[in-house]
Design a protein around this ligand. Structure first.
Ligand code: ATP
Ligand code: MG
Length: 524
């Protein structure tokens, strides 16, 4: 199937999210959809996959104008989009979801469905147990199920909007190999929205670039079978960045600030959790220090951060914030003393759907009993400007693009915190926005804040952390100097291979049973 978009327009009030987009996507090609936050990428993909109607314009499939409304109709026309938060049903098993989400609904025979599921799973090297409840699956496996479901429905164009967030390097390889196979061997069109330029260069055959609703460029990617040297990758990346932002961005260096007094000290802290066997964690974060937490989603790092903010129970150990035990404190009390938690969940936790940007500012205002709306409006305008949020004070939060929601969330942080605990602070941000946010965060560091953050972006961890703690299945390993590790090494570590393991003496000498201490201090 070949697809053509002609003169596509979409407006949201004053925002021209898609402004006369003309583009063709050919069968057998993997196309990257690039552009800064708010450029109009998701909007265009939602139009193509039926989640949103265009205001004007035409969609042609194999040269015929096709009119469809709604995602079901789009799928019937062979176009399917992988949702960022798959619409599967948690309590059901993989197989049940496959059956209920399939074309024949419940009428498809179980045995038949299971055979089809197993066949597709094997064909793409996926790892899906038909009888696992969905709740037990990793993000990557939910994605796999969604891809298989769409393929079983006969989709010939597969759209993925930022699919590599929160999945491991191995899982990404599996996903990318499946996508290559689908496009190059089976002739599907694969469209990939992503801010991770290395991924795009690795996977895509070509890219289209949007800026401010306009299509500003197209480019072929270097063939991956050719010599994809690091020099070629770096040069291509530079070209893409220039197309996206209209300027060359300098490589960012993390300035190091004087390390001050301890701000947060965890000593043999055991976080409570039903599923993970959380091992004791010892860690001290000092003023001016950035501590990065690495690990696949659900390896214990999120629980640890929440425990530090007193949003998660602990079983034993010590936890001090700013010189005082915080084990009996609530998050509200810690917040008043300068500890701020920024949740990754954007719409689920950090931000509130239905509220405008102004109302969000009012929520974090000092005196909630008597809101001074004039000053709240002024502050909102100031933050929109300072964090370069594409949106108006009167917009509700869900009207913003993903990256702009994240900017609002960061913009709501107080100016002089003692400790920032941030879940994935740059998730979904474009390269320029991510750097901008880090400049803001590091300014707070310079003024004496300690930062504890996690990220699925290994480059971000290596670039901005002083020290890194790697989590794997509830176990923790410290990398005492982040500048001495590489993205590659870190990639192995988050898969459970803790490099530089504590040397094990031969059995004959260890019989004294003396515990072998390591510099990691937490039994990694
Ligand atoms: N439902 C909506 N209501 C109002 N405005 C919207 C809506 N959806 C998108 N917009 C606006 O349209 C513009 C494009 O948004 P879109 O989500 O397509 O951007 P994007 O390129 O996907 O950005 P990101 O990289 O941040 O995900 C943004 O300015 C956004 O605020
Ligand atoms: Mg988007």
């Amino acid at each position: 199937m070949d697809i053509e978009l002609r003169n596509i327009h979409k407006r949201f009030g004053p925002v021209h999210a898609n402004n006369d987009i003309n583009v063709k996507f050919s069968h057998g090609r993997i196309v990257g959809i690039l552009g800064e936050n708010g450029a109009g990428k998701s909007t265009l993909m939602k139009i193509l996959s039926g989640f949103q109607p265009a205001d004007e314009g035409e969609i042609l499939i194999d040269n015929d104008i096709i009119d469809y409304t709604g995602p079901t109709a789009a799928i019937a026309n062979g176009i399917g989009m992988l949702q960022q938060d798959p619409l599967d049903v948690g309590a059901f098993t993989v197989l049940e979801n496959f059956i209920y989400g399939g074309a024949n609904g419940v009428t498809l025979r179980r045995a038949e469905a299971e055979a089809q599921l197993k066949d597709l799973t094997a064909r793409f090297g996926f790892e899906l147990d038909p009888h696992q409840p969905i709740d037990n699956l990793l993000i990557a496996q939910r994605q796999q199920l969604e891809i298989i479901r769409l393929l079983a429905l006969g989709v010939e164009t597969l759209i993925l909007d930022e699919p590599t967030t929160g999945i491991s390097a191995d899982q990404k390889d599996i996903l990318f190999n499946a996508l290559r196979r689908l496009a190059h061997d089976e002739g599907l069109v694969v469209l990939l929205v992503s801010h991770k330029l290395e991924d795009v260069i690795d996977l895509c055959d070509e890219v289209v670039v949007l800026r401010n609703g306009l299509m500003v460029g197209e480019m072929d990617m270097p063939a991956s079978d050719a010599n994809l040297t690091s020099a070629v990758i770096a040069q291509t990346k530079q070209q893409l960045v220039t197309m996206m932002f209209g300027e060359v961005l300098e490589a960012q260096q993390r300035p190091h600030y004087e390390i001050g007094a301890p701000v947060l000290t965890a000593k043999e802290l055991v976080v409570q959790d039903q599923r993970l066997d959380m091992q004791p964690i010892s860690m001290t974060a000092h003023a001016g220090e950035v501590i990065g937490l690495a690990g696949l989603g659900g390896s214990g790092q999120e629980l640890f951060m929440r425990a530090c903010a007193r949003l998660q129970r602990v079983n034993s150990g010590r936890l001090d914030f700013d010189g005082r035990s915080s084990l009996n404190a609530s998050y509200r009390q810690l917040f008043r003393r300068g500890c701020v938690f920024g949740a990754a969940g954007r719409l689920e936790e950090g931000l509130i759907a239905g509220l405008t940007l102004t109302e969000h500012t009012a929520l974090v205002a000092d005196d909630k009993l008597q809101i001074d709306w004039k000053s709240v409006e002024k502050q909102t305008a100031f933050r929109i400007d300072r964090y370069r949020v594409k949106g108006a004070a009167s917009d509700t939060i869900e009207q913003l693009s993903g990256g702009n929601q994240q900017r609002v969330l960061i913009g709501l942080l107080p100016d002089d915190p003692k400790l920032l605990i941030l879940e994935q602070p740059t998730r979904g941000l474009d390269v320029d926005s991510a750097r901008w946010i880090w400049t803001q965060l590091l300014e707070r560091c310079q003024r004496g804040a300690a930062i504890l953050f996690n990220s699925s972006d290994l480059e971000e961890l290596v670039t901005y952390s002083d020290r890194i703690f790697v989590f794997y299945a509830g176990r923790v390993h410290e990398v005492p100097d982040a500048s001495q590790t590489t993205i590659d090494e870190l990639g192995h570590m988050i898969g459970g291979e803790f490099l530089a393991p504590i040397p094990q003496p031969p059995p004959a000498i260890s019989m004294a049973g003396i515990p072998q201490g390591g510099k990691g201090s937490n039994g990694g």
